[in-house]
Write a protein that binds this ligand. Structure first.
Ligand code: SF4
Length: 289
């Protein structure tokens, strides 16, 4: 573990974490919502620092990133934990694992070892992915600094719920991002994911204005975000930001708390694509089919 970045002291027993939009107030001996930041005697620690739970060499298109270094390999890594709790999460076994005070699991791998391995495998980039990179900010940051030194690109695959403070830290080191835009309805986002949409929309504008290569993904989940109005609102938002931003419309498969739900009917994905093109978007990709 390592002392966390971006926190402040509220009083002798209480800290405030400024890493994501939950801005957790954390009493001594307790963790934040993500389960990986703990107040230990007045110091906030990132418990998952250096604890890699997953790593792999992926085609960059798997992130999905289709319009940045196409055809290249990306070195992907994650720790346990997430600041959201989406009912359909495909990686719930690692994203939700540290909640309820569970032990932080993962293999000890230094930032230097990750960079060496990425270079040995002829990867062009490092992707912070699988779980949510925001909650392993300190680990990602150290790897990002080294990656830059060695000429590797940095890619965040994220739910976009990080704080403005975190964006200030990472944007100068980030080359590309894929941000999940899960819907356009705060109530639904709160009910199914424990988050909110407004901060994600604001962050998307900030990321775009920073000149980072940006792609957006929307997983279409039946009876959650598959109504026409919501799809139109998402498409409008992207169009107003920049109609050239690639939009990935992906198919839901049963998992986690939605193990008994049916996969998204393929016609809905094609309908969403048609809506996007009619709104003026230029690059739409259907995924997971
Ligand atoms: S990263 Fe987010 S969820 Fe985790 S402790 Fe900080 S504010 Fe809370």
């Amino acid at each position: 573990m390592k002392e966390a970045m971006l926190y402040e002291v509220v009083d002798k027993d209480t800290l405030k974490c400024n890493v994501c939009n939950h801005y957790c107030i954390i009493k001594n001996g307790l963790r934040g919502i993500c389960g990986v930041r703990e107040n230990i005697d007045g110091v906030l620690y990132s418990l998952n620092y250096g604890k890699t739970i997953a790593r792999a060499i992926d085609p960059i298109e798997k992130k999905p990133i289709f319009h940045f270094l196409p055809g290249s390999k990306t070195y992907s890594l994650a720790t346990v934990g997430c600041n959201l709790s989406c009912s359909w999460c495909q990686n719930w076994d690692i994203s939700q694992e540290p909640k309820n005070g569970n032990k932080i699991i993962g293999k000890d791998i230094s930032p230097e070892e990750h960079i060496k391995s990425a270079l040995n495998h002829k990867c062009k980039s490092i992707s912070y992915t699988y779980s949510e990179p925001t909650i392993f900010l300190e680990y990602a940051y150290d790897i990002m600094l080294l990656a830059k030194e060695m000429g590797l690109k940095n890619i965040w695959v994220t739910n976009g719920f990080m704080s403005k403070e975190t964006l200030d830290v990472i944007l100068p080191l980030t080359d590309a991002m894929n941000v999940d835009l899960k819907g356009f309805d705060d109530k639904i986002c709160n009910k199914y994911c424990g988050g909110a949409i407004k901060p994600v929309l604001e962050n998307l504008v900030t990321i775009y204005k920073a000149g980072i290569h940006l792609e957006i993904t929307t997983l279409i989940v039946p009876a959650v975000n598959d109504e026409i109005k919501q799809i139109e609102e998402i498409a409008d938002f992207i169009k107003n930001l920049d109609p050239n931003i690639p939009w990935h419309i992906t198919r839901f498969y049963p998992g986690y708390k939605m193990i008994n739900n049916n996969p998204t009917p393929i016609e809905i994905l094609y309908k969403a694509r048609e809506i996007g093109f009619n709104k003026g978007l230029k690059r739409i990709h259907i995924g997971n089919i």
